[in-house]
Design a protein around this ligand. Structure first.
Ligand SMILES: [Zn+2]
Length: 244
């Protein structure tokens, strides 16, 4: 996809708030969509884009009525995200809604045979991991911008979770320390735009390159070797999830 075309697409996504683009997995993009037609239009004919079905925990109190639509569309994609829980003070008020929706989504994914899932777990790592443990078969979990404790990270690794990290996460010392402890062969990159900010504005998908540089520093690898590792991880995820 041309950069200018992607920029226009991403701009449209931001304007409509219908999608939260974008996770960049190696060279592929996963966009979270609440609007099937628009998302499918954006991805039409783009062989390196995968569209995911999402219901963000920060929006569920407003959008839980979209669950039937979610269930109807699950057969059309192998990817789900973002979904999960947010325990931050501004969203804790909607905790019951969040748990109900996330539980329902995990059940939908399990009934569909499992999905690659991008999971939001801000201030809710324990609850997200509990839910995953109780819904084995829901799919391959990818914890994005994981910010839990070292003990929760160890538990996530034991549960088979993958991790995605981006430039905003790697700017912080805690983010870098956690990343250094994540299994190198279960790590992917993400932009996390438009939620995540780079230089005071929403991150663009191609700014994931900054994360590659930071990962190279953490791993002690050259940029070429870091990119090779990330691409190998993407292939391995695809094989593990049956979506290669
Ligand atoms: Zn998130």
């Amino acid at each position: 996809m041309e950069k200018s075309e992607l920029r226009r697409s991403a701009s449209r996504m931001c304007q409509t708030r219908l999608t939260k683009a974008v996770l960049l997995f190696g060279s592929r993009l996963i966009a979270e969509a609440a609007c099937e037609a628009r998302a499918q239009h954006l991805a039409a004919g783009k062989t390196r884009i995968r569209t995911a079905l999402g219901l963000h925990p920060q929006l569920v109190h407003d959008r839980k009525g979209e669950l039937p639509q979610f269930e109807r569309l699950i057969s059309e994609t192998r990817y789900v995200g973002e979904v999960g829980l947010d325990g931050g003070p501004e969203f804790k008020h909607y905790w019951e809604d969040q748990v109900a929706v996330f539980t329902r989504i995990l059940n939908i994914c399990r009934a569909a045979g499992g999905r690659v899932m991008s999971l939001h777990s801000r201030r809710a790592a324990k609850a997200v991991l509990d839910a995953l443990e109780n819904h084995s078969g829901a799919g391959t979990p990818i914890l994005h911008w994981f910010s839990g404790s070292n003990r929760e990270l160890a538990r996530a690794i034991d549960l088979g979770c993958w991790f995605s990290v981006g430039p905003a996460m790697l700017r912080g010392e805690k983010g870098r320390e956690l990343t250094a402890k994540m299994p190198r062969d279960r790590l992917l990159t993400e932009s996390d735009g438009p939620f995540a900010q780079v230089a005071g504005r929403s991150a663009w998908p191609w700014e994931v390159g900054e994360a590659i540089a930071d990962l190279g520093t953490i791993w002690g690898l050259s940029r070429a070797d870091t990119e090779r590792q990330l691409l190998a991880n993407l292939s391995s995820l695809g094989r593990a999830a049956g979506v290669a």
